[in-house]
Design a protein around this ligand. Structure first.
Ligand code: DQA
Length: 148
C-alpha cells in the first residue's frame, strides 16, 4: 500500500532546532529510516515537509486520488492552529496517526489542544524520532499484508 508521511513547519530544522526538546536526529534521517521500515514490510512511503499550510492541504487533497491508504502526520505548530488541515483530512477520509517528537502535554498550555487528536486513529508523542517509528509500526499493523 501507499503511505504518506507529512511534516509541518520548522521540522526542516530538526537536528539543530532546540535539540534539548526535539533531539539531534535530522528530518532526512527520519525519512530514510521510515522509508526503509515501510519497504521492509512491502509498502511504499512518500515523505513531504512544508512550512506552508496550503501545501499540506493540497497534498492531502491529492491523496484522495493517488491510492494513499494511510497518512502519518506531525502537523508541528499547525497542530494547535489549523482547522484547514483538519478539514482536509476529514474531506479525504483517509485514516491518520498524529505524531509529535516532544510530549505536548508536558509543555506550554497552548500546546495541549490539538485540532487532530479527536479524529486520529491514534497519537504517538514524547519519544523523539522514535515516535515516527512507533506510528509507522501501528499503521503497518492495520494494513493488509503486502501482496495480499
Ligand atoms: C511538535 C510539537 C508542537 O507543539 C511544535 O509546534 C512543533 C513540534 C513535536 O513534534 O513535538 O513544531 O509537533
Amino acid at each position: 500500500a501507499r503511505l504518506l508521511l507529512l511534516h509541518g513547519p520548522n521540522l526542516n530544522l530538526l537536528g539543530t532546532r532546540e535539540p534539548e526538546v526535539y533531539g539531534r536526529t535530522t528530518l532526512a534521517d527520519i525519512d530514510a529510516t521510515l522509508h526503509e521500515q515501510a519497504a521492509a514490510a512491502g509498502h511504499e512511503l512518500e515523505c513531504l515537509q512544508s512550512n506552508a499550510e496550503h501545501v499540506l492541504v493540497e497534498r492531502i487533497q491529492a491523496a484522495r486520488d493517488d491510492g494513499t491508504a494511510f497518512i502519518l502526520i506531525n502537523p508541528a505548530a499547525f497542530t494547535h492552529t489549523s482547522v484547514a488541515i483538519r478539514d482536509a483530512l476529514a474531506a479525504v477520509a483517509i485514516p491518520y496517526i498524529e505524531i509529535h517528537l516532544s510530549n505536548p502535554h508536558a509543555r506550554e498550555p497552548f500546546r495541549q489542544h490539538s485540532y487532530f487528536s479527536d479524529k486520529a486513529v491514534g497519537v504517538v508523542c514524547g519519544f523523539g524520532a522514535d515516535s515516527y517509528a512507533y506510528a509507522l509500526d501501528a499503521a503497518l499493523r492495520r494494513l493488509a499484508p503486502a501482496g495480499a
